[in-house]
Design a protein around this ligand. Structure first.
Ligand code: IMP
Ligand code: MG
Length: 179
């Protein structure tokens, strides 16, 4: 698995530090409130687990799954809900948690969809931001790292459902997805 990594982009230690900072910022911003974190399956799961534990105000969690890239590395542009929320978001302070914002198509759709359900507030948090590939403008409230246009894996991010359990963010060797 590690042999398929061209280079480590963000180490375990850097991830830990930055997620700690993000947690402190979110704790401050939501003082006196409760957060409903909505994780976008499946990539956000590992980041969300660490982020939730670095936040000191009460956090409830729920998940949504939308159609994404399938087995490839380029966006289809088609967004479809595969798994909806289990609970109502009405009147809640929603924090949407993503692994990476690439084209922005997934997030754009999700935010509009959740807003229509009348949350008290809605903000978005992403571990990674790849602005070079943006197709629609999205507002990011909390961004972990801005990265170049490389296909990355690890810490929740996959290629063909593999590499999610790597404890760092790495760049995948192009020969892996070209073969
Ligand atoms: P967007 O709709 O193009 O912003 O796509 C976001 C989703 O695409 C993310 O939640 C990831 O699942 C996937 N994705 C985008 N770029 C990468 C990458 O570099 N590595 C792994 N998954 C990616
Ligand atoms: Mg994903």
């Amino acid at each position: 698995m590690v042999d398929d990594v061209e280079r480590i982009l963000i180490s375990t230690e850097k991830l830990r530090e930055r997620i700690g900072e993000m947690g402190r910022q979110i704790t401050e911003d939501y003082a006196g409130k409760e957060i409903l974190m909505i994780g976008v399956l499946r990539g956000a799961v590992i980041f969300m687990a660490d982020l939730a534990r670095s936040i000191k105000v009460p956090v409830a969690i729920d998940f949504m799954a939308v159609s994404s890239y399938g087995m490839g590395t380029a966006s289809s542009g088609v967004v479809r809900i595969l798994k909806d929320l289990d609970e109502s978001v009405e009147g809640k302070h929603v924090l949407v948690v993503e692994d990476i914002i690439d084209s922005g198509l997934t997030l754009n759709y999700l935010l509009d969809n959740i807003k229509s359900r009348k949350p008290a507030s809605i903000r978005m948090c992403t571990l990674l931001n790849k602005p070079e590939r943006r197709k629609v403008d999205v507002h990011i409230d909390y961004n972990g790292f801005t990265i170049p246009d490389d296909f990355v894996i690890g810490y929740g991010l996959d290629y063909a459902e593999k590499y999610r359990n790597l404890p760092f963010i790495g760049v995948l060797k192009p020969e892996v997805y070209q073969r």
